[in-house]
Write a protein of this length. Structure first.
Length: 291
């Protein structure tokens, strides 16, 4: 634990979600908010909630993301560079700012459990948070890597704004991306997220790590078992409507093609046997059905 960062005394349980993104984080956050008693569930915080209407709201949003609810507090921007360079001091400084906000929110909501649901956590902030709290639990939210890739490609995301380069020196999976196809960047991110969860779960402060498949979000029995395994007080599980999907936001459906599967096989060929052995999700992997 980093003695320079004092965790809020109101929180006696810290739970962090590890995910590459596009895996149901919004649905998971809504479910946890509705079911876990005494929890402050932070979904992709800090979010921007502008006060101004219309075009003024867009200007306010841009200003706030730059100076108030910054990219760095979200886990982007200079945090990515600090992660690539192993700059622990900078990451710890950002985590200290987040801790102060968490403490205020915990006081306001009388929460004693903090649950972080943010795909950017594992891209750098994870190291600072796990140095700052004495004990923590992990939720590894798992979706088929080809579906994750296709979902990101449908959204035409700027990979470099959200992720470090696959060749960065502090990655657990270092690959030269010089001849990567666009989809391979997201397959790399899926693998790096998985491996980082393994590393986090092996730290002395980790008390448990619970895997949750995205498809379980639609299964009340599976979600009850998940909350029991996580060891949180909860209400009876009731399934909620999915949130934050590509279709709702006007993007294409996550339909997998033969080219997607060929690209996945090409990417697997880049992995050493040692890395493949650590990616246990792939041990009995069945690719998604082609649409």
């Amino acid at each position: 634990m980093n003695s320079a960062i004092l965790p809020p005394s109101e929180i006696d349980r810290w739970i962090f979600t590890v995910s590459p993104g596009r895996s149901g984080q919004g649905t998971l956050a809504s479910f946890l908010t509705a079911h876990v008693e005494g929890a402050y569930v932070a979904f992709e915080e800090p979010q921007i909630r502008p006060f101004s209407p219309g075009a003024l709201g867009d200007i306010e949003r841009h200003f706030r993301r730059r100076f108030i609810e910054t990219d760095e507090l979200l886990g982007r921007g200079r945090v990515l560079r600090a992660d690539a360079e192993g700059n622990h001091a900078y990451i710890d400084r950002i985590v200290a700012q987040r801790m102060r906000t968490i403490g205020r929110q915990a006081q306001r909501t009388r929460a004693h459990i903090y649950i972080d649901v943010n795909s950017r956590f594992v891209r750098g902030l994870c190291w600072g948070f796990t140095r700052a709290v004495p004990r923590f639990s992990l939720i590894r939210l798992l979706r088929d890597p080809v579906l994750v890739m296709r979902s990101y490609l449908n959204r035409s995301k700027n990979f470099a704004r959200e992720q470090v380069s696959p060749g960065a020196p502090n990655n657990l999976l270092r690959l030269d991306p010089a001849d990567f196809a666009p989809g391979e960047f997201y397959l790399w991110a899926w693998c790096e997220s998985y491996l980082r969860c393994e590393r986090l779960a092996a730290l002395p402060g980790a008390d448990k790590a619970v895997d949750l498949r995205t498809e379980a979000l639609n299964d009340a029995v599976a979600m009850k078992r998940f909350m029991d395994d996580l060891g949180v007080p909860h209400r009876p599980a009731q399934i909620l409507a999915p949130s934050n999907t590509n279709l709702k936001q006007g993007y294409g459906a996550t339909n997998v093609s033969k080219d997607d599967l060929r690209l996945f096989e090409r990417f697997l060929g880049r992995l050493t046997p040692a890395i493949r052995g650590q990616l246990r999700y792939l041990d009995h992997y069945q690719p998604p059905v082609i649409s």
